[in-house]
Design a binder for this molecule. Sequence first.
Ligand code: MN
Length: 151
Amino acid sequence: MGLAEYRKKRDFGRTSEPNGEVKTAEKQGLYVIQEHHATHLHWDLRLEHEGTLKSWAIPKEPPTVPGVRRLAVAVEDHPLEYANFAGVIPEGEYGAGEVKIWDHGTYTPVSVKDEKWVVEIRGEKLQGEYVLVKTAYGKGNSWIFFKAKPK
Ligand code: MN
């Protein structure tokens, strides 16, 4: 996907969000969830994949226990530097509002396919195996995010 859509939406002269490059360096397995106080409060799940952060917007607080399913809307890839971003996106800019880091750490892909990701998350709030599954709803960008039941 690359970062073209990410850049198109933002004016880097106004927002303090990073304008990064797609990274080819060694994978760090970055995982972060940002609490984003935009027009509608949501949580942005980001997982490092092929040099950018794959990103999903989750309208309700992410689940810490199995049995809770959350809608996760796939959004544009973000640069890896975004994993450290916290601050206020100015009024009038895309995503205006405060961004806080809600959880962070690393993850390991267990099985990553086009329509289903199984990942082992090592954060402070989220720990263990999580699943992202693409659904037939919406414009093809709707996924469901949940914690897997312990085996
Ligand atoms: Mn957001």
